[in-house]
Design a binder for this molecule. Sequence first.
Ligand code: PLP
Length: 435
Amino acid sequence: MSAPARPPNSSQRTAAIDVNWVRAQFPSLKQIINGHPAAFLDAPAGTQVPQQVIDAFRDYFENSNANTCGAFATSRRTDAMIAGARRAMADFFNCEPAEVFFGPNMTTLTFALARGIGRDLQSGDEIVVTALDHDANVAPWRALEDRGVVIRQVDIHEEDCTLDMADFQRKITPRTKLVAVGYASNAVGTINPVREIIRLAHDAGALAFIDAVHYAPHGTIDVRELDCDFLACSPYKFFGPHMGCIYGKRELLMRFRPYKVRPAPEYLPDRWESGTQIHEGLAGVTASINYMAALGRKCDSSATTRRAALVSAHRAMRGHEMSLAAEMVRGLLAIPSLRFYGISDPSRFAERVPTVAVRLANRTPLECAKFLGDRGIFTWDGNYYALNLTERLGVEKTGGLLRIGLVHYNTAEEVSRLLAGLRELATPTAHAPSH
Ligand SMILES: Cc1ncc(COP(=O)(O)O)c(C=O)c1O
């Protein structure tokens, strides 16, 4: 096996993860499908959850279930639990708890934020989006076209599915008010040069909104260091419950005006949270952060704070998953009828996460996903809402792409099974997939 691609901030201090310990934390990984152990290679659509997240739901309902700000015990516990979830996400982002607001998912929150920001935009103001992004970081900004806002879309380099940075520079103009870009592509795994993009946006006097939904399970996020203005992610992509959350700079969260009901608080971050939150989910968010922190401490006993433990966890997770990814990409490239989309050169793996997209010449992505699914190997077919990209690559009308996504609970054996399945499918005599 080749040496794992070293993450940008890798340290010798962090030990490799103990994948047996990891897998023992996730009860759902034990499932058997048609006699095969389930191989969850579908993480980009949502990860499995550790026992402590399941326990947090149960504990919330058993001991704290109430609405907020009431003058009795369970309501006070709920308030304390929500404050804890904000502190947990603040450690994850490296920001203040008041700068994190929650909601049902990233898409809903981004529409709400975009509508709030849009109130202060004028006709002719510009927003930059990209062809690489999930539509949740495109459609909310495009909705502002109704107000006369002009949307400019940055193109990609088709050969490796990276952003065309020269085009980026052209698309940012003196009228640009906001740049919306993903941290990593949920379709092809490219990590975008977000630091550079944020600098370009700021140089033009524009704000930078980063969609970190796909990056969050794979790398440390530091909003202070990035200096982004907003950053979104979804805890269900990093071992937590189905929820979304957004970081915003305090001053901006106060400056822009959310649409809200009159009695709802004006203070941060509550002014951006409409209606009752998913309390049990918030309890689960803290549990998922604490799970990763526990993993980080196992790999690095010198990590004293939760933030330090999360940084160690990401380092360890990335070492494991990129080592598997190197093996997987090598195996995929050896299948003659397979077309690989995105960065495949191992010397450039610092520019990608372990999410890959492929097509077989003789099978649609759906046929591949079904064939693998019948063998207990969970992958995804279609566009996964990265619609700009599948259209740009010319695959949208023929079923999109087959996506395989690894996280730290995946194993070398699962990768071998995937490769064997695809090799079998790629041979002309392969069993015809059922429809
Ligand atoms: C990169 C990316 N952005 C945004 C989203 C939307 O997130 P949510 O499902 O929380 O609305 C997804 C979901 O798959 C995603 O992968």
